[in-house]
Design a protein around this ligand. Sequence first.
Ligand SMILES: Nc1ncnc2c1ncn2[C@@H]1O[C@H](COP(=O)(O)OP(=O)(O)OP(=O)(O)O)[C@@H](O)[C@H]1O
Ligand SMILES: [Mg+2]
Length: 441
Amino acid sequence: MESGLETVPSGVGLVTAEPQSHAAIHVSNLRKVYGPIEAVRGIDLDIQTGEIFGLIGPDGAGKTSVFQILGGVMQATGGEAIMLGRSARDARSYVGYLTQVFSLYHDLTVAENLRYMGELRRLSDEEIERRGRRYLEMFSMDRFMNRLAGKLSGGMKQKLSLACALIIEPKILLLDEPTTGVDPVSRREFWDALADLSSQGITIVIATPYLDEAERCTRVALMHEGRIHQTGTPRELRDHLGLQRLVVRASDLSRAEDVLDETKGINDAQRFGDHLDVMVEDVRSGEELTRETLTRAGIEVEEIEVTAPTLENTFVALLRHVEDEVRASPFPVKREFQKRPPEATAIGARNLSKSFGSFEAVKSVNLEVKYGEIYGLLGANGVLCASESATCRRSFPCMTISPSGRISTSLPGSIKCRLQNGPKKGAGCFRFQVYRDEAIR
Ligand SMILES: Nc1ncnc2c1ncn2[C@@H]1O[C@H](COP(=O)(O)OP(=O)(O)OP(=O)(O)O)[C@@H](O)[C@H]1O
Ligand SMILES: [Mg+2]
């Protein structure tokens, strides 16, 4: 180890205590391996203060793994991630992390979720109140203070998640697909808020599947199979593509796409609603080739418009380049199920009874669940719910109480079962809620 530089243990191995650069986030040769899976294969990044940095890539590219390491909730296998001059783990109190999965409490209200997050970070009641109100107002959410988080719309949930990430007033915000499933109006408000935060000097790293959103980032990194293949401003990435885009409107778009896809000299043809995006190296010869090819195939060309490539064009072209050809495998129209006698019973219960002391929770229940059935146990609140719970618990092999009667099941493995339970009046729904992005310890 070099003399003069103190080393400190970190979430990503040993790192120097001094910042490696003036970047807000400095990532060097970062690796993450899950058993045989190499999720992150040596990435390098420098993200400057106040940037909105987009991490885009297909499913499984390794984006969430990078976020988990940057968020200090998962150790890297190798390399280093330095956030504001500290190890990712040590920087956690300066980092707001909005996880890919909604991880707030459905059965707490908006205000209670905020209070909980604030208390976890040891903020005073006054601070929680002041900051909570400020961020909820910022997202026009202050009207919903007392609404249960589980009753919020998708967009509202994401705004609440963002408010919870912001309540600690972080210097860095990590946003893992914050707008997935969010309606376009909410997405716009969300992005206006991000622009506002970045203008205040907050550094934002965001993963998004929406390439129109990536266009709003200061810089974007294209990630694929654990590697970063290109980094630059959206414009730099588009210019780097070296292709032009023809927007083609024709009589039979589906056939036009197939025909052009097979044509030498056409780099890519992709259908978007009422038109095709056709990528060519040279506009003039590309347009001529497109017209000729389609006319020869008996397809009427209605219009060809020349425009700049989108980030989506760039992304698809890059993926095709790095992966030779990325094509979605055809969706299986019909699934082949194992042949079973139509009347075979997957789970059966005969004369099932269960008493808790003098309370008869289950009274001679018979049930029969066939293969492929979704079997619901319904009942009024109160006494019946308790019965359901006991029936449910004993009917499925993952639960362990001993009733009288007979259970038969031929299903392999365990079955997830949401339990209804509650006192005699009313019923509460118990949900096992954990942070999926955190280890058990
Ligand atoms: N805890 C884990 N154990 C084993 N493999 C994992 C684990 N987490 C992720 N992986 C694998 O690592 C790879 C990268 O996953 P990751 O979730 O980081 O990708 P992603 O880019 O966020 O994908 P998506 O866009 O679908 O969210 C995938 O192959 C995934 O199956
Ligand atoms: Mg992910």
